[in-house]
Design a protein around this ligand. Structure first.
Ligand code: OSB
Ligand code: MG
Length: 371
């Protein structure tokens, strides 16, 4: 299988409601989609999770598109036989840019699996046909508004609630949600908004029986997380800090986390995500699948990944209607008894709706190899 064409398409999708975190508020998503075509005429889709600004991590979508075009695809056109497991060696020289690499890998993997009739779940090692899901709830405008939002998600069947927190929106909010909704699965995500000096304040969260606190301190501060872990009863889970399987091994060895959030985009692709899963499993560290407000394309990959055995906690892979009025795939992901079904068809197992895609498109760049 040889790569002959790639389409870099940008789409703008409005979120049903603004999503506020400690690093900013998103009103819509500006998503880079990649469609590769092989010499057999098979297509494969990839979604890049980079945001429009470098706020979650150093990557952002304009840079990702340039990296994909000029540095990643540029190294792949000439390969006589391309497949996902050959991308690592071919792209090794390019430092970082994991979200860009992950998007290319998803597209190549989708094409390769579609041509051999294998589903992504089967390729990665899925052991479940559906996965339990939770929902990530942004910082609210008031506690009353947040309680309404959380109540709505619980009524839909979400199995756990994750509250985004930041200084000034934390202990009182968690207390109010516990008080109103009782013994629900509840966890919080700080997106690196605190410092180790806030440890005493953060220990107030220990009173609420949270499943975990996600990424309280900066990405680079593994030692800080290890020090905080000694002071808190609530398990620390890392998101931003875990950029590879090696980083996961280091964080676990240091005592910086007891749980890991896995996002394929953050670690450079689905194959590395499986390696993170395996490293954690070998250390008895449970994992769960994070989300980056993906369309149905990236969501299909997340749901397949979340079906691996050590994904024992509900993920942030919520249903399509938690994000979009209309997803870009023909059969949007729907919640059924608090779970999403893992697609069974070849590759990602979802079909893109060409009209919806055309309506959301803001630019298309068509590339082909040197002949
Ligand atoms: O930290 O998990 C995060 C969204 C964008 C960037 C970072 C994060 C998130 C979420 C939303 O929490 C998860 C989702 O529903 O996709
Ligand atoms: Mg997070």
């Amino acid at each position: 299988m040889k790569l002959v064409e790639a389409e870099l398409r940008r789409i703008r999708l409005p979120l049903l409601a603004p999503f506020r975190t400690s690093f900013g508020t998103e009103h819509d998503r500006d998503v880079l989609l990649i469609r590769v075509t092989t010499d057999d005429g098979v297509h494969g889709w990839g979604e890049c999770v980079a945001g429009s600004e470098p706020l979650y991590s150093s990557e952002y979508v304009d840079a990702a598109q340039q990296v994909v075009r000029d540095f990643l695809l540029a190294r792949l056109w000439h390969l006589p036989d391309i497949s996902a497991h050959r991308l690592g060696p071919a792209l090794q020289a390019i430092r970082g840019h994991r979200m860009a690499k992950a998007a290319v890998e998803m597209a190549v993997l989708d094409a390769e699996l579609r041509s051999s009739g294998i589903s992504l779940g089967d390729r990665l090692g899925a052991v479940r046909g559906s996965v339990p899901v939770g929902v990530s709830v942004g910082i609210g405008s008031s506690i009353a508004q947040l309680l309404d939002t959380v109540g709505g998600f619980l009524a839909q069947g979400y199995q756990r609630i994750k509250l985004k927190i930041e200084p000034g929106w934390d202990v009182d909010v968690v207390a109010a949600v516990r008080e109103r909704f009782g013994d629900i699965g509840l966890q919080v995500d700080a997106n690196a908004a605190y410092r180790l000096a806030d440890a005493r304040h953060l220990t107030e969260l220990d009173a609420f029986g949270l499943i975990l606190i996600e990424q309280p301190l900066p990405e680079e501060d593994l030692r800080g997380h290890a020090a905080l872990a000694k002071q808190m009863r609530t398990p620390i889970c890392l998101d931003e800090s875990i950029v590879s399987a090696a980083a996961a091994a280091d964080a676990i060895a240091l005592g910086a986390c007891r749980i890991v959030n896995i996002k394929a985009g953050r670690v450079g692709g689905l194959l590395e995500a499986v390696r993170v899963h395996d490293v954690c499993a070998a250390s008895g560290v449970p994992v769960w699948c994070g989300g980056m407000l993906e369309t149905g394309i990236g969501r299909a990959a997340n749901v397949a990944l979340a079906a691996l055995p050590n994904f024992t906690l509900a993920g942030d892979t919520s249903a399509s209607d938690r994000y979009w009025a209309r997803d870009v795939i023909t059969e949007p992901f729907a919640l059924r008894d608090g779970e999403l079904r893992v697609p069974r068809g070849p590759g990602l197992g979802v079909d893109v709706d060409a009209d919806l895609l055309a309506g959301a498109t803001t630019s298309v760049e068509r590339l082909s190899g040197p002949g």
